[in-house]
Design a binder for this molecule. Structure first.
Ligand SMILES: *Cc1c(COP(=O)(O)O)cnc(C)c1O
Length: 386
């Protein structure tokens, strides 16, 4: 029964045209940023998902750092976000002197508990940063209404959330990343659509559009110069080198051309996991992912939430001994050494539960479906001894 082949947690998928497009970029004599592949990718997102202006970046981390500059975060400003997230969500704002106010996760989902946000808003609050965990939408009606009421900016951390949607009370289905004032995406090799390292900032609020381009281009008005809008280009603001090379954009374009194929395969894998593991729910041993009615599923990951940390850790160990790599995820940032040293200890029960009990199963385009049956067997066996 046991296979000798190893199953990694992630394996980057190449759709076929990546090298060809990179070759075209090189032969075209333009390999720095902002060329035709960059424009193709940006236009794709603007057209397909109704984002405002899109700018490719070298990572989602960079896109978040751009957002923090763009919304003019000053030392002492407060930014509200979930504790159960990647370091960059917080770090981008800390770099500009912000104080991070962490929200607990929902009981039924690792995403932030929207009902707790309002009590954390103070006169110093500048922004809310919802993270669409596993590509599943936060309740954006609640978040956007708070933003309107208290004059806050919403920056969606949409790193997991490409090709996923939210339907609010108005009944309109909107792409994640098109709802907040700004949104940051990742094309890191562990995400659905990849370019090695890579990211994008979507700017939906027109008041940020002009300055975004300047920050992106090292604080210069170079983009306006190339469009013939100014006759010299100058240093006009702060900024940095946020744009990726054409080689990265060429790789990304090959992926975007195949986004439907990638997504349909990933959804097939996700539903296979769900159907095969569903039967174990009655054993009250772990919980399957929950997708609220207002959200779609983009098959970014498949996770289980065990009742006890020992159960999760034993399953990780057992799977590992069979050559299958399943992994835990975030360590709640409120418990990180960096944050605790500065802000002291706080308790966020649900975030801590996901830190201790959440398990991510191998998930990638070329996953062999037999592995899913093997995982099921291993979980069954482990259940017997616990
Ligand atoms: C992956 C990820 C990031 C960072 O993305 P990079 O492109 O690697 O910088 C940020 N936030 C979340 C929630 C992520 O999962």
């Amino acid at each position: 029964m046991k296979k000798n082949t190893k199953t990694p947690f992630n394996k980057p998928y190449l759709t076929g045209n990546e090298l060809e497009y990179m070759k075209q970029a090189i032969e075209g004599g333009k390999i720095s940023g902002g060329g035709s592949f960059t424009k193709k990718c940006q236009n794709f997102f603007e057209d397909q998902y109704n984002f405002g202006k899109c700018l490719l970046t070298t990572s989602c981390t960079d896109a978040l750092e751009m957002a923090a500059i763009l919304i003019d975060i000053q030392p002492g400003d407060e930014v509200i976000m979930p504790s159960y997230t990647f370091v960059s969500t917080a770090n981008a704002f800390v770099l500009r002197g912000a104080k991070i106010i962490f929200v607990d996760s929902r009981e039924d989902h690792p995403g932030m508990d929207e009902s707790l946000i309002e009590t954390l808003i103070s006169p110093r609050t500048k922004a809310i940063v919802p993270v669409h965990y596993a590509g599943v939408a936060c309740n954006m009606d609640i978040i956007m209404n708070l933003a309107l009421q208290y004059n806050l900016v919403v920056v969606e951390d949409a790193a997991h959330a490409i090709d996923s949607f939210y339907t609010g009370k108005d009944g309109v289905k909107k792409a994640l990343g098109s709802i907040g004032h700004l949104a940051a995406f990742s094309f890191h090799e562990t995400k659905n659509v990849i370019s090695g390292e890579g990211g994008m900032l979507a700017i939906n609020d027109p008041r940020f559009m002009e300055r975004a381009e300047i920050i992106w281009e090292k604080g210069t008005n170079r983009s306006a110069f190339f469009r013939g809008e100014v006759d010299k280009y100058n240093w006009v603001d702060i900024g940095s080198s946020f744009l990726p090379s054409e080689l990265t954009a060429a790789f990304l374009w090959a992926q975007l051309e195949n986004i439907d194929k990638i997504q349909s395969r990933r959804l097939h894998i996700w539903h296979s996991y769900y159907d095969i593991l569903k039967i174990d729910v009655e054993k009250k041993y772990f919980k399957l992912p929950v997708i609220p009615d207002f959200a779609t599923n983009n098959a970014h990951m498949f996770y289980l939430v065990f009742n006890e940390p020992v159960q999760r850790d034993l399953v990780i160990e057992r799977l590992k001994s069979e050559g299958i790599l399943a992994v835990f995820h975030y360590q709640g940032l409120h418990e990180s050494p960096f944050y605790k040293d500065k802000c002291g200890k706080m308790v966020l029960n649900n975030s801590e539960k996901y830190t201790d009990c959440l398990l991510r199963l191998p998930f990638f385009y070329e996953l062999n479906f037999e592995v899913i049956d093997q995982i099921r067997e291993t979980i069954d066996e482990t259940a017997k001894i616990l």
